[in-house]
Design a binder for this molecule. Sequence first.
Ligand SMILES: *Cc1c(COP(=O)(O)O)cnc(C)c1O
Length: 449
Amino acid sequence: MAATDASPHLSTRRDQAVRAAVEQGLVGPSAPVAGLLDVTGIRASAAALRAAFDAVAAPGTEILHTFAVKATPLVPVLRLLREEGIGVEVASPGELALARAAVVPPTHTVLDSPAKTSAELREALALGIAVNADNAQELARLDALVSSAPTRSPLGVRVNPQIGAGSIGALSTATATSKFGVALRDEGARAWLVRTYLDRPWLTRLHTHSGSQGVPLELMAEGVRTTYELAEEINAAAGRQQIDTLDIGGGLPVNFASDEETPTHAAYAQLLAETVPGLFDGRYGIVTEFGRSLLAKHGTLLALVEYAKESGGRPIAVTHAGVQVATRTVYAPGSWPLRIAAYDAKGLPKTGPAVAQDVAGPACFAGDLLAENHPLPLLEAGDYAAALDTGAYYFAQHYSYNSLARPGVYGFVADADGGVRFATAREPQTVEEIVAESGGGLRRGLRDL
Ligand SMILES: *Cc1c(COP(=O)(O)O)cnc(C)c1O
């Protein structure tokens, strides 16, 4: 509910925040690129996710929503979501450390990486964090750990329902040959899984994550149905409710074409209820792991236009936002187009006729373009270009090409009277930090060899 209530105001809040960021100098000549996060929008999306599943689940169903940390790996974001009742899904020692820094309790943490080391598994079991094993070799490691020390960790196996690909190959996790999980339709896999559970009474969960951007909702729901049916089969074979929780992953796609938040978590929960009614009848606890759908619409990447030039008749705005903050868009523009909004030197929305132009980044290769031949009011030096819907998988995931500094990230709340309050979610990186991270302190360095 809250997300739809908030969405008519989303662009107004964004315009207010851009203007205030320029006025307050968060972005400008000394900080030519910054990320802005709409705290009101994030809270609304978290509330809408909770409401969506509560609306279709039997009363009393245990539901844990976790946020896939890789989407926006910032501790203040994890803290904010924690306050909204959302836990974390982590996939590396770094992400687990971020979750712990945000004081997310182990009971609200799920570990899912495809390459967990023995040390990671030992730490997770000692902390009581839920773990989904990716494959038989990892299960053998869990066997050894479980028999050597008691653990409170809920343990499960990730299955790949092999339902097929969406429109973006690199993000399709449930193809026949995907690297993730146990491939359910491979010969003998189903029988092996049933036996594996019967032999290990401590395996109480089943996990799948069958979508991401580009995968249709129906296909995702199909993946969940396949996983649910396997759980039913295992429980029937066990003669008891051995699997008590289904982790259905994340993957709700995001609309990058307008401010409309669609599809909604409510639409997906409704489709799941129709496709897999048993999932919500109260016999199973549910875990979700949404990333992009919780954060994407609430981020704006704002960059100063340093120069405006023309080449071969094409106007080009040279900005400070390129491959370092929008890596996927720059390397795969066909799959990841971003909307760009134009603001003037005071941070006010630019008006005027749309002119096809390139919005370029600062990196030293020709393909470093945020948008190519894109119709916008003509950007001039001193203006600002804003890449919209960049709250997940963009500016918080820096790529250090050309040793370009990580920009500051600022959360904001826009008040009804037009005022905007900012809080820092990540300090901008300094050049001194870049030097230190690049071996600057290693004085003898390679010369001692
Ligand atoms: C990336 C990932 C997610 C989140 O995916 P989104 O598309 O951002 O919702 C959830 N679970 C797992 C296992 C993932 O790898």
